[in-house]
Design a protein. Sequence first.
Length: 952
Amino acid sequence: MANPCRKLLFNIYMGFYCSTIMPKMCICSQLSMSSTDPFNKDPGAFPVATNGEPFPWNKLRLPTMVIPLHYDLLVHPNLTSLDFVGSEKIEVLVRDATQYIILHSKDLEVMNVILQSEEDLRYRKPGKKLNVLSYPAHQQIALLVPEKLMADLRYSVAINFQAKLANGFEGFYKSTYRTRGGKTRIVAVTDFEPTEARMAFPCFDEPLFKANFSIKIRRESGHIALSNMPKVKTIELEGGLLEDHFETTVKMSTYLVAYIVCDFNSVSGTTSSGVKVSVYATPDKWSQTHYALEASLKLLDFYENYFDINYPLPKLDLIAIPDFESGAMENWGLITYRETSLLFDTKTSSASDQLWVTKVIAHELAHQWFGNLVTMEWWNDIWLNEGFATYMELISVNATYPELQSDDTFLDVCFAVIKKDSLNSSRPISNQAETPTQIAEMFDAVSYNKGACILNMLKDFLNEEKFHKGIIHYLKRFSYGNAKNDDLWSSLSNSCLGDFTSGEFCYSDSKMTSNTLAFLGENVEVKEMMTTWTQQKGIPLVVVTREGRSLRLQQERFLSGVFKEDPEWRALQERYLWHIPLTYCTSSSNVIRSHILKSRTDTLELSENSSWVKFNVDSNGYYVVHYEGRGWDQLITQLNQNHTLLRPKDRVGLIHDAFQLVSAGRLTLDKALDLTRYLQHEASIPALLKGLEYLELFYHMMDRENVSDVTENLKHYILRYFKPVIDTQSWSDKGSVWDRMLRSTILKLACYLNHAPCIQKATELFSQWMESSGKLNIPSDVLNIVYSVGAQTTVGWNYLLEQYGLSMSGAEKKKILYALSTSKHQEKLMKLIELGMEGEVIKTQELSPLLYVIARNPKGQRLSWNFLRENWTHLLKKFDLGSYAMRMIISGTTSHFSSKDELQEVKLFFESLKAQGLHLDIFQIILETISKNIKWLEKNLPTLRTWLLVNS
Ligand code: BES
Ligand code: ZN
């Protein structure tokens, strides 16, 4: 499968579709609530509780009169009857006298509530039974107190509750797996972020309400129970049940609480500071846990040093859950993962699988500080968690696994979000979010990728040391508490080395680099600068015009799909202005120079004559650069003469910016294509892959649109142009990670384009594999390719489906499923979708990536789109509207469309959903994306056709 997906949140599926990092989906834009949204009904009036009485609270956010201090929580899941009973005692502090306590609770049956004052507790008095009102639209219950609770006093609230284990992927839910022997086993597991702890126990389910948790879990003797903290003791109850008591947690938010009852096995090790790290998986997958243990030990050691703060818990468990909707979840001390995000199988995991597992571990471990120790005040700033965790992947994996050369994948993290952020329907990093659906939608490329990219830009601007000190300051200052953007900016402004004084920027520092010193006269304010990146949506375009040694700089909002000559362009530019920390180098000096562009226009004088200027050194800045006049030609000339005079990341950046400018109507497609012609001499794999990615993208677009002459010519061009690279590939797992990723990508493309030697080799390996009854070890980097070629015959396809059911490796299953979905037979594609809906052979968690790839298959695009429309209500029963999976399904089946008819169909579908009160921000993003595709084709198809004729 080619291109696809400069997409998604669903990094999880990297390797499934993409051989390089697959970033996150952009779900975004402005807050919008529909009139039928239950969360938006008549905000002034008091709502009516389920029993008809007035419910005393009318806001989505909880009141702050009463705050939780400590939860004593006992949970007993019954893995046979598939329900659970629970009891809790919440110690609360009353800050302002009140007659009610409002808690979150969703789909729980609350049976009995008793209130005890401190006095009741001291004299062991029984306490008072409270009346409970329920207001499901706000997922809240109200505990009515007969006499006012007094300010500054503590009370204890005891609640009994019960519910069924949830069927989806949220709250306290059921997961199942099949053993090698064919038996089905059940697991009970939690997943709470952002607003689902309330499905497991009544609680103050907002990130600001931090408390300590003492958890007890009842289980049968054949199971184990895990939670955030280590077990202190086990008590045997009547009837043989066991009750595990866990140590009390540190102060933490509810969304980080976790507990699991399962029958898994583990491997363990200890970090240099004495933290016990264990990796858990189903017994049949135990042998795939070793890599994760090694990686997590290394990474935990790294973070403790880097943050200068020890991981505060005695243990850390990482566990692979058979049914998991997202990639992983950072519960404090008990991190849960999708199997393919944690397990590494030496036989079937490829180089990109290894990179992925390492990054996910690095990401979730980073959250133990960014997110768990210091949490954003509210979900509007979720980027403080996710942007930082994504940024820390870059820092920590580089330091612990330099051989993975993961640094080079960071560019794609930024490129992926630029695509979304250059649409008008993007949103600012910090964005209002109130309802659970709006909160869920905040977990998108803007929070993750753009967050990480602006942090990286700031690090480059301040210098690594200063940035590092600043984040340590931030973590120390807000430990066990909550923070907002301004807290981060002030920590970074005050990070004088060795001394955390408050107040102004620390200019007197002798260790500051020339890069920072260059700004001394400019009274740089980190906050002032960074606010332009967090509060405004979009990305700037810097237009550079050179006249001799003078450079004229101009900034505007970069919009792809809306051209400067379009009437709406001007209005879309209004009031956008960034403080852009520019860097540049020239042909005559490789010294990196800096300049902050704060105004719309500015000028720079070069100190010497030079044949070209390149801005955004190493692509560390979050902006696109356009060179007016002869600027691009000068760079193209240099690339052709000696591309090594430009830095490798600058070469990747030039390719990226050139094609982005084509989408924005600023550069002609033939110019961007001309730029890629130097690639035949390119030895740097990221640059080679970037060029290839665009050609592949165009190929798929032409193929889907049935433009057969261009498709054919493009195919011949790619195969001829990259022949030397294709022909030198071995069918092995040899080489560096990038050698291996190049091999996977280029052979996959060659076979996809029907390159005879590739098909022949893959067919040969596939037959041998079938003859060996699946025992032959095929090199993991070409497994995808061999299976995909094998899946083109009915015998091969059926055999692969059979192996899919038997395989014990998630890495292999992912590759088989991908191969199955490349079939040209619609009935086979339909069968896959049906199996995904059944959820037995193909698990429900695979449905969204499956529909995504099928939609990218020219034979599957109508199929998956029709399927979405016809099965909308069924899908909505499986996934929440704002969930990861649902957003991926909707955008996966639509956003590649590039015709007016398709746009109309999608519009109608979204309108029908809106009429039912169902709205997501991605609707607008998808419509804009399709319009952009249509425009791209209209403008560029003739150019592409001609260019190919001239260059083939
Ligand atoms: N905190 C998130 C999990 C999450 C995602 C919770 C969406 C609620 C909504 C976790 O840290 C995360 O970011 N997981 C990523 C994987 C990561 C390596 C990018 C994911 O699930 O895609
Ligand atoms: Zn995260």
